[in-house]
Write a protein that binds this ligand. Structure first.
Ligand code: NAD
Length: 499
């Protein structure tokens, strides 16, 4: 698909961007709401700075959703994305009401964009902020964690969401964060997790972080538990440099960081994968100000700067970024950041673009200028699967739907002497209720019943099927099972209270 570029772009820029034979092919979507205005402004600046691009356009977003495609993207658009491998994306509008899938999640997962990179910088005193010294980069894992979207209702009262954390996922994101730090002259990488509570999932993230950090001795590495880390980030962001974290925590803290830096309208993001990459502003389509030529194109423009470094046009990236810094420093501001005290002129989207173009070749005098020429491209890590571990089945957790009490449930779960398992524990929402539960504990209708292998037995999956068959014969309503393994002799499950 190659749609005409929007009328905001003058025809010579439009034809240069679509016709350039020697340009790097990129896929562009103009999006919804303010999308076409800010994309046109950004492309105009990139082109004026000498970016060598060959633009292919695709249609995504509101029209596609409302046309009956619940993913918001036409099947043909994938051909362009897979061909160019670089996606410069304006914000889209997700229609109200249910049934529409998140386009961002679809694109990230389909193209394997595992790393979400969000620089959050404050521009004091030119843009009002409580944190004048803030220059951090959040590297968020993009593909797994609770965002795998695997949810189930198991009983009348209980629903669950699976938190999946994988070693390849952790290794790729942590290594990417260190590679990013190395390539960009950053001094420290901080890991945010909650391993004191989620010892296996967040524990794996922490463990991999410590392993990988050893490969980068010149970069300082430290940890924060996510709760106090977020509090420190909101209070004293200047103590952080690069932060690496899993999907949900990263989603939350990157918005906190962008907001406290001064303006969400300034923040760009890059989504990086082994094969493809996507660059966009973090804000949405701002439909209430669409078509008025007042939107701030800065977030999308800075995403374009990240794109230029990604495709090897660091010299142009530096030129654009420094001209943009000079424009901000000169007080030429769009309405969203205009302030009598720090701004000299309020401009619309097009005039802001022209102001940046007029400053191409200049550098800021007070704000720190950027230097991308020295920046080596960030190496995208791959994962090589090690030899398999020795896996021994040592028990099973059987989850049951039961409206009675723990003692009467336990009575139904006693297996006969031939079975290789013994019931050792029942918990309700993780709290031990059998044996010796407390009468005060509130119990739902969802029970985790732990069976451990009897001494001297080596049970297999057939024994599990046979135990479940026995329980089914007694009318036990089991809703899920989890096998308990040891991997090379190391426990592969969390211990229940009292074990
Ligand atoms: P929004 O980011 O569009 O707007 C929030 C506020 O910030 C509004 O007051 C808006 O006017 C202002 N704003 C945002 N960007 C601005 C800019 N560049 N210049 C000046 N002001 C700006 O968030 P929302 O209102 O919650 O969402 C609107 C639509 O955008 C929704 O349909 C939502 O689903 C979608 N959205 C898309 C993306 C994306 O495509 N990546 C991200 C977030 C939201």
């Amino acid at each position: 698909m190659n749609l005409p570029l929007p009328s905001h772009l003058d025809t010579s820029t439009a034809s240069a961007l679509t016709g350039a034979k020697d340009g790097t092919p990129i896929t562009v979507s103009f999006g919804d709401g303010i999308g076409p205005e800010i994309m046109a402004a950004s492309l105009k600046i990139l082109h004026a700075a000498g970016a060598k691009l060959r633009v292919e356009t695709i249609e995504i977003g509101e029209k596609v959703y409302l046309g009956g495609n619940s993913s918001g993207i036409e099947p043909t658009a994938w051909d362009s994305l897979r061909g160019t491998k670089v996606f410069y994306k304006a914000p889209i509008t997700t229609p109200e009401g249910g049934g529409y899938k998140s386009l961002n999640v679809t694109v990230r997962k389909s193209l394997g964009l595992f790393a979400n990179v969000r620089p959050c910088v404050s521009y004091a005193p030119y843009v009002a902020t409580k944190h004048p010294v803030m220059d951090i980069v959040i590297v968020r894992e993009n593909e797994e964690d609770l965002y795998a979207g695997i949810e189930h209702r198991q009983t009348d009262e209980v629903v669950q969401c699976l938190k999946l954390i994988s070693r390849p996922g952790c290794e790729k994101i942590v290594r990417y964060a260190f590679e990013y730090a190395r390539a960009n002259g950053r001094k420290k990488v901080t890991c945010f997790a909650k391993a004191n509570i989620m010892k296996m999932t967040d524990g794996l993230f922490n463990e991999v972080f410590d392993e990988v950090a050893k490969e980068y001795p010149e970069i300082k590495a430290d940890h924060f538990i996510i709760d106090i880390g977020t509090a420190r980030l909101a209070d004293t962001p200047e103590i952080f440099d690069v932060i690496v974290t899993s999907n949900l925590y990263g989603d939350v803290i990157s918005d906190v960081a962008a907001q406290i830096a001064g303006s969400v309208g300034f923040a760009p993001s890059a989504n990086i994968g082994q094969h493809c990459a996507m660059f966009e502003a973090i804000h949405g389509s701002a439909p209430t100000i669409a078509g008025q030529n007042i939107a701030n194109p800065s977030g999308l423009l800075l995403a374009g700067v990240m794109m230029l470094t990604h495709i090897g046009q660091a010299d142009v990236a530096e030129k654009v970024h420094n001209a943009w810094l000079k424009t901000i420093e000169d007080g030429v501001h769009t309405a969203d950041i205009f302030d009598e005290a720090s701004s000299s002129e309020q401009v619309g989207t097009d005039a802001f673009a022209d102001a940046v173009i007029a400053r191409l070749g200049q550098t800021p005098q007070k704000l720190a200028s950027v230097h991308y020429e020295a920046t080596a491209p960030v190496a995208v890590p791959t994962y090589s699967r090690p030899e398999p571990l020795k896996k021994d089945l040592v028990g099973i957790d059987i989850f049951t739907h039961w409206r009675g009490d723990a003692d009467s449930l336990a009575e139904q779960l006693v297996l006969d002497g031939d079975a290789p398992f013994d019931l050792v524990l029942i918990t309700n929402r993780g709290v031990k209720v059998w044996p010796s539960g407390l009468p005060e504990t509130f119990c739902t209708d969802h029970w985790r019943c732990r069976f451990m292998a009897r001494e001297g037995t080596a049970p297999g999956n057939k024994d599990i099927v046979s135990a479940l068959s026995t329980l089914a014969g007694r009318g036990v309503d089991f809703v899920k099972t989890e096998h308990l393994y040891e991997f090379d002799g190391k426990l592969g499950y969390s211990l229940g209270q009292g074990q």
